[in-house]
Design a protein around this ligand. Structure first.
Ligand code: NDP
Length: 456
């Protein structure tokens, strides 16, 4: 049996280890989930909202405790971990306030005078397969709408964040959700796929890599279960010649470096019109160089390390192969020490189309810069990607920027701002970035049976 280990990636220290659940324990959790669903599905919105608001309060009361677990377990700097916990409280409050309205019955008057309505009913146990990069946020943005819709949830979290997984379960327990409403399952990928086969699991959502998404969605497909995939991204950040360059450059660095670059919606490809390229680059590099590395718990640290040594190694390989293919290394790019998650921010320019940095996702602090002649070339380059999650356009001509936004093949475009998730806005991708939407009203409608009732 392989133990599930919690390791501080900055120090390499083993923090805790856990036995994965046995088959019997998994069975007990599924039974508890089924029992919970039989009453939770009929629980009124007011009571569900009370509990969800309590969960928000638990998060607020214990924000430092949970932020410490996040930083120690996956290396995020403490100030970012605090913001992550705060954002989880917000999404709980958002769905506590809005779920009833989002899910109220919709009346339809038919042309022949007949009437019908659509009611939205919960499905049952929904499985969430979640990643380590925002180990609280990714789970809460699933759990808040899913539980408010009357479903119950089971979580298979990434193997490197077991303490986060248990802490999230604790939030719902402390908020007095009925036992079995939200359960954390410490299991590996193999057990996860077996779980999807189980009749009691009605749907699955996954945030993570294409490979994991394809595996989970094919099992779900085989057993005719709904899946939602939120996968990688290689978001373009387009700076047009009429942009506010100062503001664009400052935000560009933030958009690339948030969570030390380990974010699906981080800006990854910076596409800059040639007229302003030099000016933009001067500021961009200046901001990039100012970032300070340090202990994740350090007050002055802007970044610490990658979440695992293997992720640092893989990122270095992508850089190295891109340089071999002809890309120019403008900053960073040093090989990480063996078994170390410490990595240096890197900038690549002159990237040929056959370089991994051109066509793969770089899930870490590596900016790729492209110089283009005009906005048509910028849009063509932005769309020359297998991914389609988000994108950002910078221009003082907002009308023009909006027109260009409609030409970008992604699930979201932000004008004069970095892409960010927000409970009020639908979130998700097209192409290999996945399918389905999280957050907003769209998110809560993913895991319900929208049932037509014809009133004859
Ligand atoms: P994975 O995609 O492998 O992990 C995400 C989740 O899926 C984890 O819970 C993982 O469990 C689970 N998982 C992985 N493989 C399977 C499978 N075959 N069946 C069922 N569940 C599975 O991410 P990694 O941690 O390996 O990171 C690799 C890359 O994934 C990153 O470099 C990045 O490109 C992408 N990624 C994207 C994220 C996003 O926000 N879209 C978030 C994290 C990663 P376990 O940990 O036990 O393997």
């Amino acid at each position: 049996m392989t133990l599930i280990k919690s390791i501080n990636p900055y120090t390499g220290e083993l923090l805790a280890e856990f036995n994965p659940l046995t088959e019997k324990e998994i069975e007990e959790k599924l039974s508890a989930g089924s029992v919970a669903f039989s009453t939770w599905k009929n629980t009124d919105f007011t009571h569900k909202a009370d509990l969800m608001n309590k969960a928000a309060q638990v998060l607020k009361d214990r924000r430092e405790k949970y932020a410490t677990i996040i930083s120690q377990e996956m290396g995020k700097v403490f100030k970012e971990s605090l913001s992550e916990v705060d954002k989880c409280a917000l999404v709980c409050e958002y769905y506590a306030e809005n779920a009833a309205e989002f899910l109220k019955a919709e009346k339809i008057d038919l042309p022949d005078g007949a009437k019908a309505k659509v009611i939205h009913q919960p499905l049952g146990i929904v499985l969430a397969v979640m990643p380590w990069n925002f180990p609280f946020w990714q789970v809460f943005r699933f759990a808040a709408p899913t539980l408010m819709a009357g479903n119950v949830g089971v979580l298979k979290h990434a193997s490197n964040v077991p303490q986060c997984s248990l802490a999230i379960e604790e939030v719902f327990t402390e908020a007095e959700f009925p036992p079995g409403t939200f359960q954390s399952l410490l299991i590996d990928s193999e057990a996860t796929n077996k779980l999807i086969e189980d009749e009691r699991i009605k749907a699955v959502t996954l945030t993570g890599s294409e490979k994991a998404g394809a595996a989970v969605a094919s099992t779900a497909g085989k057993y005719i279960k709904k899946s939602l995939l939120e996968l990688g991204g290689s978001d373009p950040f387009i700076v047009l010649k009429d942009a506010n360059i100062k503001s664009a450059a400052e935000t560009a660095v933030k958009a690339r470096m948030i969570n030390f670059g380990q974010s699906c919606i981080a800006a990854k490809r910076f596409i800059v019109e040639e007229d302003i390229y030099e000016d933009f680059m001067t500021l961009f590099v200046e901001h990039f160089r100012k970032l300070k590395q340090g202990d994740p718990m350090g007050e002055n640290s802007d970044f610490a390390c990658m979440a695992r040594p293997d992720l640092a190694k893989e990122l270095y390989t992508q850089i190295n192969e891109s340089v071999k293919a002809g890309a120019t290394l403008l900053l960073g790019g040093e090989e990480p020490d063996e078994d170390s998650a410490i990595f240096q921010p890197t900038i690549l320019t002159d990237i040929p189309t056959n370089a991994p940095a051109y066509y793969e996702e770089l899930f870490g602090p590596v900016a790729t810069i492209f110089k283009v002649k005009n906005e048509d070339d910028a849009i063509a380059l932005a769309n020359d990607s297998e991914f389609g999650l988000g994108g950002s356009i910078w221009s003082e001509n907002k009308e023009r920027a909006e027109e260009l936004a409609s030409k970008i093949e992604t699930g979201a475009v932000f004008i004069n701002a970095m892409v960010a998730s927000n409970p009020h806005l639908p979130f998700g991708g097209v192409k290999k970035s996945g399918y389905g939407r999280e957050l907003s009203r769209f998110g809560i409608l993913e895991f319900v049976n929208s049932k037509t009732v014809y009133l004859g």
